[in-house]
Design a protein around this ligand. Structure first.
Ligand code: 173
Length: 320
């Protein structure tokens, strides 16, 4: 053995016990409220991770928007104040406007992992927000427009609608006046009559009591609701290969449960009907125009704010 090889073997031997004894604990926050279905499923998943990860990796849930306000979660991940967040691109467009493009994906996260889109996303997220994109445990939900005033065509002129970047350009294209708020402020905005409606997924309006203040849901739903796990890139790099493999496997197992959402969508629509929320629908041609407008307005905004990465994401997210 060369002197170099001996030194390498000695170094490995010295490092080995420390590495195998090493367990790391990562801080996790959520941009969604603690009683939401997103966070309930996150907590169930974290329990499994912590049971499987003894001696390797543990997740410590710090909390929801009371711990870190919704629109500050992205920056907390970027700067490493927390390690991991459950959030959505619309909540950190302050860091990178193109984050909101994931709602426009035509493919599933499983397809994105197979067709290279996952790497495209990660390269952009690494560079732009110092984030490692871990995965997407929510997909297959649609967003909807909820209203307190009746409309008979997709014309929102004269209406004030609560938005996030998810809906902003689409609802503006339909003539709405928009007001951006975190989810935690929607109830008060409705109660005070500050808004005539809001954008939200098919599921979750009951979590913060909005059904009390909601008369109509407009169908069809649009886009592909994106809620993802993102991680501080330095924290990701600090993990050992074994810890990274472990976390990746656990995220894949979480994504493998995404079939859950189809049943949840149906259950939530039924629950809304039972609570007296009426649906507003359009004829087929108008519905098609509504959806076309949604996608056109969505991509236009992304491409305007972020021409290069927007184009890369559009190409990657339309691959099957
Ligand atoms: O707050 C929102 O309406 C929003 O942007 C969103 C995004 C993903 C899931 C739920 C809500």
């Amino acid at each position: 053995m060369s002197r170099f090889a001996i030194a390498a073997v000695l170094a490995a031997a010295l490092a080995a016990p420390a590495a195998s004894a090493q367990e790391t604990t990562l801080k996790v926050v959520s941009a969604f409220s603690e009683n939401s279905i997103y966070v309930k499923r996150l907590e169930t998943w974290m329990q499994k991770v912590n049971a499987d990860g003894k001696g390797v990796l543990q997740l410590n849930f710090i909390g929801g928007p009371r711990a870190v306000p919704t629109f500050e979660v992205g920056n907390a991940v970027k700067t490493g104040v927390v390690d991991i967040a459950l959030t959505t691109g619309a909540f950190y467009t302050n860091l990178m406007p193109e984050a909101d493009a994931l709602k426009l994906a035509q493919s599933t996260i499983a397809e994105q992992r197979r067709n290279g889109a996952f790497e495209v996303i990660n390269k952009i997220w690494n560079e732009r927000a110092n984030m490692y994109y871990l995965g997407r445990p929510v997909e297959g939900q649609t967003f909807h427009l909820y209203l307190n005033k009746k409309i008979d065509k997709p014309d929102l002129s004269g209406l004030k609608i609560r938005v996030t970047p998810v809906y902003r350009d689409f609802f503006q294209a339909l003539g709405a006046q928009v007001v951006t708020t975190a989810p935690g402020e929607v109830y008060t905005a409705l109660e005070r009559g500050v808004v005539d409606g809001y954008g939200w997924p098919i599921g979750g309006i009951f979590d913060l009591g909005w059904q009390e203040k909601t008369k109509y849901r407009v169908d069809p739903g649009f886009y592909n609701v994106e809620v993802s796990l993102v991680m501080n890139l330095d924290a990701w790099k600090r993990l050992t290969p074994a810890q990274r493999d472990f976390l990746t496997k656990e995220v894949l197992a979480f994504e493998a449960q995404n079939g859950f959402w189809k049943g949840d969508n149906e259950a939530e629509a039924k629950r809304q009907a039972q609570a007296g929320v009426q649906t507003i629908t359009f004829d087929a041609a108008t519905s098609k125009r509504y959806l076309d407008t949604a996608y056109e307005a969505g991509w236009k905004a992304i491409l305007k704010a972020s021409p290069d990465n927007g184009a890369k994401l559009r190409e990657a997210l339309s691959r099957k």
